[in-house]
Design a protein around this ligand. Structure first.
Ligand code: SF4
Ligand code: SF4
Length: 469
């Protein structure tokens, strides 16, 4: 019996996408400049948050474990807000996919944006598709070497600038920029810069469409969000078939011919190597470049119909695309619910947080006058954008006095006053003493109250216990 020689592995065939002008190409350029502009400039936007607080609009301050997003400051205890934002973004992506297919991949994904940029550099340096194919096929020469050197150098410069922009989100951007220029940046910044330079160069320059086809998990499971009303790029065989390059002669001979002249223009522009005339394929990132290519051909040969367009399977059967569907409504409702819940939490979260830890060594102290003392460590975090002064008091323990180590300011009621700068957490040692005359015994539940000195509302409370013999 003859052995099956077919291999499950196929060699990678390098693609040479042709540069194509047109409406979707212009749209992609517009979005590319918009997204890259935001990405590069955002870390340099300043945002006044008061004295002693970073003034960078977007800053992921890892050492301080705080994320600054304009007026929103996310503390470690608010990390679920960040998780909620990420889940909302994922649901937004699902909604976008259910409505418009892979438009995120075709226009917004950074892999596509950088691949577009790299392909344009390749086009400028080595020429359009045919010239690039010829250049790769010809033996090495000084001219070929020079072109390859220029292209890869430009790719590396773009990759370096990209990495640089990302690290600026994790430190004060102007300071870090100056540190890079003077070679005084910290090791972690250099390492991140190098890592992102190499990954961007590899993904956008070398791997390109393979990232979308083989590496990106989203490409694999987004089919689950598609239905008959999802926007896709489709070829219209009812107008195009039977395709024929020698259309005029065949027509004159009385043969039935479609409008597709089998020029392959739609295939040669495709950045993922798809022939859209074969039907819907998961490699298609719905970038619309094949529409531009076919539109140009249509204008040149005078076709009556558009052969490739954005449409849906429903529309292709002559019915209207339905945008409001159970799944799109469900995704929208979930996003609104999540964002609404987070907005409510952020609007109502207290601007101060207190934690109290009772000292266990010793559990209590009997003082020389017979009174009982418990010691506590109190931490107060001022999350408001201004310096605050708070009064601290204990409720639930009769005939008691509260004092704080190194604090000698008290309000009119005799409560110790503490002042905290914005964004700071301050620890205090508290001494809570109950007079001998109270006669209390055993454990007693108590509550620490933190009251803003300018407001009558209690800022935060914390339950604890007072231990007596
Ligand atoms: S088939 Fe068309 S829309 Fe799909 S990836 Fe290729 S060029 Fe873009
Ligand atoms: S570009 Fe249009 S005419 Fe040319 S092969 Fe593609 S579908 Fe046919």
């Amino acid at each position: 019996m003859a052995e099956n020689q077919d291999s499950l592995y196929a060699d990678w065939k390098k693609l040479y996408p042709r540069y194509q002008k047109g409406f979707f190409r212009r749209l992609k350029w517009g979005l590319l400049f918009l997204f890259l502009g935001i990405y590069y400039l955002l870390p340099f936007v300043r945002w006044d948050r008061g004295v002693g607080v970073p003034n960078q609009a977007i800053l992921f301050d890892l050492p301080a474990r705080k994320f600054y997003l304009f007026d929103l400051v996310i503390w470690p205890q608010d990390i679920f807000v960040l998780a909620g934002l990420l889940i909302s973004a994922a649901l937004g992506l699902f909604l976008m996919t259910a409505l418009a297919g892979r438009v995120f991949c075709g226009y917004i994904c950074f892999q596509t944006i950088w691949t577009d940029l790299y392909l344009y550099v390749e086009y400028l340096v080595e020429g359009n598709r045919k010239k690039r194919v010829r250049l790769d096929a010809e033996p090495w020469s000084a001219g070929k070497l020079m072109k390859k050197l220029v292209k890869h150098t430009l790719w590396l410069v773009i990759a370096l600038a990209t990495g640089g922009a990302f690290v600026f989100y994790f430190a004060d951007a102007p300071t870090l920029f100056h540190q890079f220029l003077t070679a005084t940046a910290p090791f972690a910044a250099w390492f991140t810069l190098l890592f992102l330079t190499i990954t961007t160069y590899t993904m956008a320059g070398i791997a390109r469409e393979q990232v979308c086809t083989y590496m990106c998990p989203y490409a694999r499971f987004q089919g689950a969000m598609f239905d008959d009303n999802t926007l896709i790029i489709a070829y219209h065989p009812e107008h195009g078939e039977p395709r024929e390059s020698n259309r005029r002669n065949r027509k004159e001979m009385g043969e039935a011919v479609g409008e597709c002249i089998d020029c392959n223009a739609c295939v040669t522009v495709c950045p993922t190597g798809v022939d859209i005339r074969q039907g819907q394929q998961y490699e298609c990132i719905t970038c619309g470049l094949c529409i531009d290519a076919c539109d140009e051909v249509a204008a040149a040969v005078g076709m009556e119909h558009r052969l490739i367009s954005y449409t849906s399977l429903t529309e292709m059967t002559g019915r209207k695309t339905r945008w409001l569907r159970p799944r799109t409504l469900a995704y929208s409702a979930l996003i609104l619910l999540l964002l609404g819940g987070m907005a409510y939490y952020l609007a109502t979260r207290p601007p101060v947080e207190m934690s109290v830890i009772r000292h266990r060594q010793p559990i209590y102290i009997t003082l020389s006058d017979g009174s009982i003392q418990n010691n506590f460590t109190i931490r107060v975090l001022n999350m408001s954008p201004t310096p605050r002064t708070y009064a601290l008091e204990v409720k639930g323990l009769e005939q008691s006095t509260l004092s704080l180590a190194a604090i000698d300011r008290f309000d009119k009621s005799g409560r110790p006053l503490i002042s905290i700068q914005p964004g700071k957490v301050m620890p205090y040692t508290a001494y809570l003493k109950q007079n001998k005359e109270s006669g209390g015994k055993g454990a007693k539940n108590i509550t620490f109250h933190l009251v803003d000195s300018h407001e009558t509302d209690i800022s935060d409370i914390y339950d604890s216990v007072f231990i007596r013999p």
